[in-house]
Design a protein. Sequence first.
Length: 275
Amino acid sequence: MLALVASLFWSAWWSLAQAPATEPVILAPSPAKSLPPLDQAAAPMSNGFTIFLIGDSTMANKPLMPENPERGWGQMLGIYFKAGVRVENHALNGRSSKSFRDEGHWALIQSRMKPGDWVIIQFGHNDEKNQDPTRYTLPGSTFNANLARYVVETRALGATPLLATPVARRKFDAQGQPVNTHGDYVQAVRDVAAGQHVPLLDMNQQSTDLLQRMGPEPAKRLYIYVNPGEYPALPTGRQDDTHFCVFGASRMCDLAVLEIQAKVPALAKFLNTGR
C-alpha cells in the first residue's frame, strides 16, 4: 500500500514539473499625469469611452473628507452610466472658459482624449467676473470664441462636444419668480451651440424651471445652507445660493441626464436605465 501511495505521489509531482509555466499577470501602471479628485485610483478604460467634463465649481468634484456638504453635479454623473463608460470630471472651482485653458487644464484633456470620447462644456459663472482680467470674457465676443474653440478642438480629436448653459443661482424677485443672474452668457452658449451644430444641454432652463416649481424657501434645499459647527469643512457655516449640497447636485445631475436623453440619443443609449 505504501509503495502504491509513493508511486502515485511521484507520478503527480513529475506531471506538474513538466507542465508549462503559467504566464504572470502584469498590471499596467496608472498614468503619471494628474487626474481630478476622486479619479486618482481609476485606470483609463481599455475599452468603452470616456466622458470628459470641463467647467466651474457648480460641476466640479468636491472633497468628501472632512465631512463636507458641497457637491458639484458632475460628481454624480458616473453612476448614471453603464459599465465601460468612464467619466472624468476636470471641472475646477473658479475657472472660466479663458482661465481653464490658460492654466493648462485643457491641454491635459487633449492629451488623454481619443476618438469616440465625449466632452461636456459648461462655463459662464466665472466668465462674468469683469474685475478679473484672468477670467473675464465678453458674451457675444470672446466667450463665444472660447466655446467654439473647445468645440472645434474636440472634434479634431475625433470626440463629440456637448455644450451646457450655466446652472441657475437661487435668486427670486418680489413676486417669487426666478431671476436670471447670468445676463447674456446663457444666450451666448445657445448661439454657439446652434452655430456649431452642437447638442445643447440647457441646464439653465431646466434648473430655472426647477426653482420655479419649488419656490424661494424650498429651493434652499438645493444649495449650501449650513449652520455653524454642523460640518467640519465649514466650521462657521455658510449660506450660499450658487453652490449645491448633495441633494441639489443630485437633482442638477438628474436634469443633465434628462437633457441627454432628450437630445443626445447616441450617448443616452449608454445610460443605466434599469432596462
